[in-house]
Design a binder for this molecule. Sequence first.
Ligand SMILES: O=C(O)C1=C[C@@H](OP(=O)(O)O)[C@@H](O)[C@H](O)C1
Ligand SMILES: C=C(OP(=O)(O)O)C(=O)O
Length: 422
Amino acid sequence: MTTPLADPWPAPRFTAPVDVTVSLPGSKSLTNRALVLAALAEGPSVVRRALHSRDTLLMAQALTSLGADVDTSGDDWAVTPRAFDRDASVDCGLAGTVMRFVPPLAGLSTGTIDFDGDEHMRNRPVGEILTALRSLGMDVSEGDRLPFAVTGSGSVQGGAVVIDASASSQFVSALLLAGARYDQGLDVRHDGKPVPSLPHIEMTVAMLRQHGVDVDDSDANRWVVAPGLIAPVDHEIEPDLSNAAPFLALAAVTGGSVTVRDWPAETHQAGNELREILTRMGCHVALGDDGLTVKGPERLEGIDIDLHDVGELTPCVAALCALADSPSHLRGVAHIRAHETDRLAALATELGNLGAEVTEHDDGLSIKPAPLHGGVFRTYADHRMAHAGVIIAAAVEGVLVENIATTAKTFPDFAEFWAGLR
Ligand SMILES: O=C(O)C1=C[C@@H](OP(=O)(O)O)[C@@H](O)[C@H](O)C1
Ligand SMILES: C=C(OP(=O)(O)O)C(=O)O
């Protein structure tokens, strides 16, 4: 039996430069897309090196409760599509991908599918998808938040739909993933402020194409998915590059060297942008046969950057900025106020409590160099806040990270793994 971790957790302080090579678990975003597409396909698929974490198990459970067979017992998950022919309850936890990607599938079911999730999940936006599904003729209960219910009729006509996806790229991805299975396919148009996290939509389109689906994304803010069969695919899941952030950051703040194995040469993952970000902050970054190696600088520089496309990196980048020796401005990320928590408010409060000079803006943060001190860093049930906390703790004596267990959303046993790096 493993001993439960102390809460708040005295995260390790790294007093010497680290020199480590790590293999990281698979990508949440790739795993959950692969599972959805496999459950909609014409025959069995395998999701190799699937991420085994809270968000992906919730997705597997959701698809199983709709009717599919998903075997999560090993590293390679076998998915056998079956008719969605029963009533079901879907627990979304705090997984945006489950709350947004599964309702469009529920219309293909002949049952009533009830959705709910963690307390905070009831605050995260989903109303735009529900409105879009209603406009496509689906029977969706009233309201614009969890809990809600979708009663399927076994088929969805599909066709043209307009959605404001400025709150989350997942609104578009959700519709596209199911679209080929609608009788007329889907013609999705975004109308509103710019869509954040575009690389995640590109990931969705790329994976649909791997499954043989015809997607036209040649016009900005419009995606046309042709109706048709979804071919089964044997997917190999890349390591989660966004979850690489705290590890690469450890090289940056200790002046050491960290290599992440199996870093893909080409990828749609937002985390790949860390290469550019860390280079601009003064690190030496090289992609080689061993993986991606980051060597920390003598002097960590601040950064002025628009993170609109890669908002999920903000907590770790903000932690690095708080340890940098020149000012930083993080911009373009108003939408991350609707992530696992209001990440801008949470970062301003928690970094500020440890002495950082942080100014919160509508769409970002300004951070000036200031001496940091120990204290408790709260995480608001947000795995990426926990990652930010351990980065600060690595460099500052006496930092305790509250609810480190929240990292289980996308990284099982993160704390043990992190402590083992010392
Ligand atoms: O589709 C996905 O897998 C994701 C899309 C992004 O969401 P937003 O567009 O809501 O930022 C990202 O931040 C999230 O971590 C995962
Ligand atoms: C925003 C995130 O998650 P979700 O998939 O729940 O939206 C995230 O992991 O940073």
